[in-house]
Design a protein. Structure first.
Length: 766
């Protein structure tokens, strides 16, 4: 040992001499040998902290989280194990609106969707096809605008051009004022004759770029607002009044009869039994607010992009949605294939059309990143979130046997756009659900906890993939020991998924699973990272390319201010009275205001006759009609009617006397819709006999003091006129004119008395 080092130890005993040792004036080789000597003399070893809590903490945290996630997947697996054959559902008599929003779809996809709805194994007279065209847009590859394609498929008259009517829309400034046209008629397909309504949003005359287009959420709001106003009997805008008129007076079904709303996208084909299966779930459990079925790919083999999505679609329904359905809280009811309950069947409490849901979903001021992702990118999912938020005591469910087929993106650019919207809207909607404290369950066994885990797993997806790659590098590249627990858990995750389709004997899913595993870096790494990076990009992307706009940037102009007074509002009763006053446009045998007619106790769905105050449905027997129309006779003989022609439609300018048969406004009772004979005397809704008294203003002044006929003479004369008249063609105005000719006096002032006499005469004959 060098003497200088020895002196250093003796003179500085008990203190740190590291710096002094390095400062000694010694050759570097000598100093290095001296340090080696010191190590050999005094170093026992280095303390090993690898098994200390501070080092094992991260490992155990990962292990705990992995165990929780694998456990959830295990529970999802158990939830998916619902075996049994697919039984045919019972036939139901509920009234259903089948809503189909469309934008730039082509003729082929639209025809498939409309045909699948028409061919549903369900009473044609109790379903209504309701198509809403979001603007007068020409899609890429189309030779005409989408609304024209829809009307051509339905067989509408190309020369028919209804009047554009104003309605409230979603948009900035003056764009809240929108206009639309309403068409109605019958669509015949494969022996089915189904009524339809088509609403075309055409925009104001001043709109030049994409006139009428306001987005899918606004398209949904057209029908949601209408049904909300029907339920509460609120004042309606002109478009809604026209829709009400077309449904009630042309198609012949009171809008209050409809209990369910069936939403289908324009590129989705529905299985023939699916509608009955969804309604069965609603009927068997009154607490079910919304249901969805399984959506599969119609173009699974079109490209490698679609092949990667087949297994994902299958497992997301049979694993995730089946598990959430156990809790009664399916967090995403897809807009392409979902049914909603409009109101409770017993108390008629509004559900889907409640003011709370309508107000939140129609939020027009979207000024935060969170709200933009909720309302602009994932409106379908947010609608489910609102239902769970406002009706925590009701359920959303998944019906495994109800099936539909949709068209998935077959190009990378389109898939990227779609998944960016899906992933971002998922994160923001799960963030909303985490704060709902009334979801099913408690603590770690609650739907709220599962939603939190789903939120975390969605956010850390890219990190998870990177961690798996890191483990593979350690094992393969550096030859370290295989992480047994990691391998076991990965095998459990995918093994349980595989058992789901193996138990169901879906052998083809083995191949689709291989495609999905190979695409894991795409779905779990690239797409989430891209979505996070583009979270503040609110363009829809290139899901469908609009003709003439590819590659062009839209310049947003100042849309001006919106004046709510520009859209007039009027209640249906006021509007109906206006139509009633135009007697020259109505035949007696067609429609009569509810306040002036009886209620037949129409058994529309065992409850609809009790819903609302205006549930008049035209009587079936029509014994007062001297000769049935050709349509009636053909229906009674079991023949397909020669008239009306398929696709007959009615628009705003159709005369009120125009319709499906010789009495055009006659409802679908003439289409074979059987109605029960009333079991009680003819009464109105409140079981009060229709009064035979006249208006107090009339008094007896005209009863004879001026030489005019008495009330009894008028009553008798009305009965004689109606006994020999064709009630399909004669109007009340005609009756009054004939009475004036008979008695030789002007009876205009006694109009109310004559109208009441006509009502009583008709009811006495029916």
């Amino acid at each position: 040992m060098h003497s200088s080092i020895v002196s250093l130890f003796t003179s500085n005993a008990g203190s740190d001499i590291t710096k002094k040792l390095d400062a000694l004036n010694l050759d570097s080789d000598i100093l290095a040998r001296q340090k080696t000597c010191l190590r050999n003399l005094f170093v026992v070893g280095k303390e090993d902290h690898r098994n200390a809590p501070k080092c094992l903490f991260a490992t155990y945290i990962l292990l705990a989280l992995s165990i929780i996630m694998v456990s959830i997947i295990g529970f999802k697996f158990l939830a998916a194990l619902s075996f049994g054959s697919m039984r045919a559902p019972e036939d139901h008599d509920k009234f259903v609106i089948c809503q189909i929003p469309c934008y730039t779809e082509g003729e082929e996809s639209m025809r498939k969707t409309l045909d699948s709805i028409a061919k549903l194994k369900y009473d044609d007279k109790r379903k209504l096809i309701f198509v809403i065209c979001d603007g007068n847009i020409v899609g890429s590859g189309n030779d005409r605008p989408t609304p024209r394609i829809v009307l051509d498929i339905l067989g509408a008259d190309a020369n028919m051009d209804p009047e554009p009517l104003s309605f409230l829309s979603l948009g900035e400034g003056a764009k809240q004022h929108n206009m639309g046209k309403v068409y109605s008629g019958l669509y015949e397909c494969a022996g089915h004759v189904v009524p339809y309504i088509v609403v075309v949003k055409v925009g104001k005359p001043t709109e030049r770029s994409r006139p009428g287009n306001r987005g899918k959420r606004d398209t949904q709001m057209v029908l949601m607002r209408f049904l909300n106003k029907v339920h509460f009997d609120s004042p309606m805008n002109p478009l809604e009044l026209e829709i009400y008129h077309q449904i009630k007076n042309v198609i012949g079904v009171n809008p209050t009869f409809y209990e369910y709303l069936f939403m289908v996208d324009a590129d989705t084909v529905v299985d023939t039994l699916s509608l009955n299966r969804l309604i069965s779930a609603m009927v068997h459990d009154k607490k079910v607010l919304g249901v969805c079925g399984e959506t599969s790919l119609a173009n699974s083999k079109q490209s490698i992009i679609t092949m990667m999505q087949v297994y994902e679609y299958y497992i997301s329904h049979h694993l995730a949605k089946a598990f959430e359905s156990l809790f009664g809280s399916v967090t995403c009811l897809p807009g392409c294939f979902t049914m909603y309950r409009l109101r409770t069947p017993d108390t008629h409490k509004p559900l889907f059309v409640s003011n709370a849901v309508i107000d939140d979903y129609s939020e027009n001021r979207v000024d935060t990143l969170h709200m933009k992702n909720l309302l602009h990118l994932g409106e379908d999912r947010y609608l489910t979130t609102l239902l769970l938020k406002h009706f925590p005591m009701y359920k959303t469910q998944f019906v495994r046997d109800a099936k539909a087929f949709t068209v998935a993106p077959d190009e990378w650019k389109v898939l990227l756009s779609q998944r960016r919207r899906w992933i971002n809207s998922t994160i923001h909607n799960l963030g909303e659900l985490v704060f709902l404290d009334r979801l099913c369950g408690f603590c770690c066994f609650s739907m709220r906890f599962v939603v939190f885990i789903d939120l975390i797993s969605t956010i850390i997806q890219p990190v998870t993939v990177a961690y798996i790659v890191y483990l593979l590098v350690l094992v393969i590249g550096e030859g370290q020991a295989v992480p047994t627990w990691s391998i076991i858990m990965l095998a459990a995750v995918y093994g349980l998924q595989a058992l789901v389709f193996l138990f169901r004997r879906k052998w083809d899913m083995i191949g689709w699973m291989v495609f999905y595993l190979l695409a894991t870096p795409v779905f779990s790494f690239l797409l989430p990272l891209y979505s996070f990076w583009k979270m503040d990009d609110f363009s829809w992307g290139a899901t469908r390319i609009v003709l003439g706009e590819a590659g062009k940037k839209m310049i947003v102009h100042d849309e001006g201010k919106f004046d709510p007074r520009a859209i007039p509002l009027k209640s249906w009763s006021e509007y109906e009275n206006e139509l009633w006053d135009k007697e020259s446009n109505h035949s007696i045998g067609s429609w009569v205001p509810p306040s002036k007619q009886k209620n037949e106790g129409y058994a529309e769905s065992r409850t609809a006759s009790l819903y609302g105050r205006e549930t008049y449905y035209d009587p079936q027997p029509r014994s007062y009609s001297p000769a049935p129309s050709q349509y009636q006779m053909q229906m009674q003989m079991g023949m397909q009617p020669m008239h009306p022609p398929p696709g007959y439609q009615s628009g705003r300018n159709t005369p009120v006397g125009g319709g499906y048969t010789s009495s055009p406004l006659r409802p679908m009772s003439e289409m074979g819709l059987q109605q029960p004979t009333p079991s009680r005397p003819v009464t109105n809704y409140l079981d009060m006999p229709i009064p035979s008294t006249r208006s107090p203003d009339d008094g007896d002044f005209f009863g004879g003091s001026l030489g005019g006929p008495s009330d009894a003479e008028l009553e008798k004369a009305v009965q004689e006129i109606l006994q020999g008249a064709d009630l399909n063609t004669i109007t009340k105005k005609n009756v009054r004119q004939r009475l004036e000719g008979t008695f030789g006096v002007d009876l205009t002032a006694r109009k109310a008395i004559i109208n009441n006499a006509i009502d009583r005469a008709i009811l006495s004959q029916s």
